[in-house]
Ligand binder design. Structure first.
Ligand code: ZN
Length: 154
């Protein structure tokens, strides 16, 4: 009962497989996760065939499960990603990332005059106005941020 995906990417005993990452964004996902860190076992597959997405990236990390703050960041650059948690070679949890209606404390506002870029200590805050492609609007200065600009921050 092996699926093509498992033939290409060798199963891991414990860890996380992030699948359905928007093509060519695997390296942004690694940045979010602070990888490579010089010791974690990480496998990256880019531009794999995907029936859902056309092409996709996959990141596999052994012996690591993700923090919810990391998943929130991944949702911004790969809104269709799925997170599979593997324990003892079995998928024990499979979840889609979820982009909330509001994003706080993750991204910088690109407007240099925005209050969140001043010394006032105001936490950045954005409304999600489109989920695919991701588009945000700054709560304070109303500056729009498009997908490529979000990607460039990771
Ligand atoms: Zn702003």
């Amino acid at each position: 009962m092996k699926k093509p995906f498992e033939l290409r990417v060798k199963p891991i005993k414990n860890g996380t497989v992030i699948d359905h990452i928007t093509a060519n964004r695997a390296l942004n996902v690694l940045n979010i996760l602070g990888l490579p860190d010089g010791r974690s076992k990480v496998t990256v597959a880019m531009n794999m065939d995907s029936s859902q997405l056309g092409s996709k990236d996959i990141v596999k990390i052994e012996n690591r499960e993700l923090e919810s703050s990391e998943v929130d960041q991944i949702a911004l650059i790969a809104p269709r990603a799925t997170i599979n948690i593997i324990r003892d070679y079995k998928i024990v949890e499979k979840a889609k990332v979820r982009l909330l209606d509001e994003v706080r404390g993750i991204l910088r506002c690109p407007n240099p005059n925005c209050i969140t870029n001043s010394d006032e200590g105001v936490e950045n805050r954005f409304y999600v106005i489109s989920k695919e492609p991701v588009m945000l609007r700054c709560y304070y200065c109303e500056r729009l941020i498009e997908s490529e600009e979000i990607e460039s921050q990771f």
